[in-house]
Design a protein around this ligand. Structure first.
Ligand code: SF4
Length: 282
């Protein structure tokens, strides 16, 4: 689904209505929430164009990348994946057959390589035990059921699980990350203590359940987070989401609000989130 195919109320009407009532976005009716989020999407798409995310040739490569990119920059993941390809290990059979110590050496460029080798092995063990090593079978599992199973695998947290589901399996789950949280927080949707599920809820609960839309939406938010919504120097006056800042917002946020936001910043602008780090590729 592209922005041009979405049926939206006029942005000016929406903004006037919600801002004038002082209820933007807290307390906004679900239908307005949906329209507002779709306007966010439209504004980002208009300025940034299609993101065509995630950069991988196969679903298995997406999964490996989603695990390797935890706590590191995407450029390092690319080097690790190149090593795996060169060693002919980037397959279910390849990763199952390689000893964990050798695997750790191969993925060394991704950092935390011993832990990541174990995490990859844990996923392969899960895939073998539950689905006979077949990704096709795994992705036939109903979304919520598979999400629960993935979350139970060593080394797979919510963002990694959702990235696997959405980008490798084409399941309709919304992926959020530190950038998403910062944007929503600054726009008044969530507070700084919001956990992963709270940040995900407005999207999951309001937007049309459309894999392509959610794929694109997440990638756009990451791009906005990287280019404008920086922790220390948000550039609201140049940002495609500037028209949606709540009334009274200072805009151009220039300093950290709290220790929680500092933690998010390390995750967001530093070396954590898979998606946002991938966007560093340019
Ligand atoms: S830079 Fe400003 S306008 Fe853009 S998303 Fe962040 S808070 Fe919103």
């Amino acid at each position: 689904m592209g922005a041009e195919t979405l049926k939206l109320p006029p942005t000016s009407t929406l903004e006037r209505g919600t801002r004038a009532q002082g209820q933007f976005p807290a307390g906004v009716e679900p239908t307005s929430r949906r329209a507002t989020l779709l306007h966010y999407f439209q504004a980002m798409t208009r300025q940034l164009g299609p993101m065509h995310w995630w950069p991988a040739r196969t679903p298995f490569e997406v999964i490996v990348g989603a695990i390797l990119t935890q706590n590191t920059a995407w450029a390092n993941v690319e080097r690790a994946i190149a090593n795996l390809k060169q060693a002919r290990l980037l397959s279910v059979a390849g990763l199952e057959g390689v000893p964990v110590r050798r695997l750790a050496k191969v993925v060394r460029p991704s950092g935390y390589f011993r832990q990541k080798a174990k995490k990859l092995k844990a996923f392969l063990k899960f895939l073998r035990q539950e689905y006979g090593g077949s990704l096709r079978k795994m992705f036939r599992t109903p979304t919520e059921q598979l999400r629960e199973k993935l979350l139970a695998v060593h080394g797979i947290g919510p963002e990694t699980a959702d990235s696997i589901l959405l980008y490798a399996g084409g399941h309709a789950v919304f992926v959020v990350d530190a950038y998403t949280k910062r944007i929503l927080q600054r726009h008044g949707w969530v507070d700084e203590k919001a956990g992963y599920e709270e940040v995900r809820a407005p999207f999951e609960g309001s937007l049309p359940r459309d894999v392509q839309l959610w794929n694109e939406y997440h990638a756009l938010l990451v791009n906005v987070g990287k280019n404008w919504c920086r922790t220390k120097e948000a550039k609201c006056d140049q940002c495609p989401l500037q028209p949606f800042l709540p009334a009274g917002s200072p805009g151009n946020f220039v300093r950290l609000n709290s220790r929680a936001e500092k933690r998010n910043d390390r995750a967001g602008d530093g070396k954590s989130s898979a998606s946002l780090e991938m966007m560093n590729r340019g």
